[in-house]
Design a protein around this ligand. Structure first.
Ligand code: ATP
Length: 203
């Protein structure tokens, strides 16, 4: 089993590329989705309530991710400390869930697992993957794409400040996929990498 970590800037197209790998036969682990699930764990909710009070919950008693994001991505030292607290709180649960999924997919004989984890380097999961793929798109294109889903430049700036510099991520990768063109071009890049993987890992 080969684990491929997928990284890239916000809105670069990681999910899109992950789906393309899945079309070719890989199985995806979506660390963002896992993070959202972990936020609803009872232990996490209790710790969040102790830290941030009832304002953190929506009308259904679930953690309101929009409110949480405003707290932890506040571009101040306080925001920084709150983000550290949140990461410290959820990291062990997320890691455990990822490990469980890896085990499950390995048992199901999947050959390739895509670990789609935007904070893979920041959370020190690099040693867990065999290859790193960086999804590349210029900031202007990334901004335009995420604006379509209602984000603002301020939100992009605030979140980017909490991540490793893009250059560092790009530098860490074995492969770079250019996702600044159309989807067909990106799929061609993905297929090239897939072929490379098959060549390097044939049994
Ligand atoms: P995030 O950092 O928020 O997790 P992401 O890196 O996973 O985002 P995607 O969600 O895959 O990025 O892509 C962001 C948006 O851009 C989506 O609406 C997606 O459909 C669109 N998109 C991705 N790649 C392309 C492309 N090559 N051409 C046009 N639109 C694209």
């Amino acid at each position: 089993m080969i684990i491929i970590g997928l990284i890239g800037g916000i809105g670069s197209g990681k999910s899109t590329v992950a789906e393309m790998f899945c079309q070719l036969g890989a199985k995806r682990i979506d660390a963002d989705q896992i993070g959202h699930e972990v936020l609803q764990y009872h232990e996490v909710q209790i710790a969040a309530q102790n830290r941030w009070g009832n304002r953190i919950f929506d009308a259904n008693g679930k953690i309101n991710r929009k409110v949480l994001a405003q707290i932890v991505f506040d571009p101040s030292e306080i925001g920084c400390a709150e983000l550290r607290f949140l990461n410290f709180l959820v990291h062990p649960y997320i890691t455990r869930k990822i490990e469980n999924q890896i085990r499950q997919f390995a048992e199901s004989q999947y050959r390739y697992i895509i670990l789609d984890a935007p904070l893979l380097l920041e959370q020190h999961w690099k040693q867990r993957v065999d290859y790193l793929v960086f999804v590349d798109a210029p900031r202007s294109i990334r901004l335009a794409r995420i604006q379509q889903r209602g984000w603002t430049q301020t939100e992009l700036d605030a979140r980017e400040l909490t991540q490793l510099p893009i250059e560092e991520k790009r530098h860490a990768a074995n492969w770079i996929i250019n996702n600044s063109g159309n989807l067909d071009e990106t799929l061609d890049h993905v297929k090239e990498i897939w072929q490379n993987l098959e060549n390097q890992n044939h049994e």
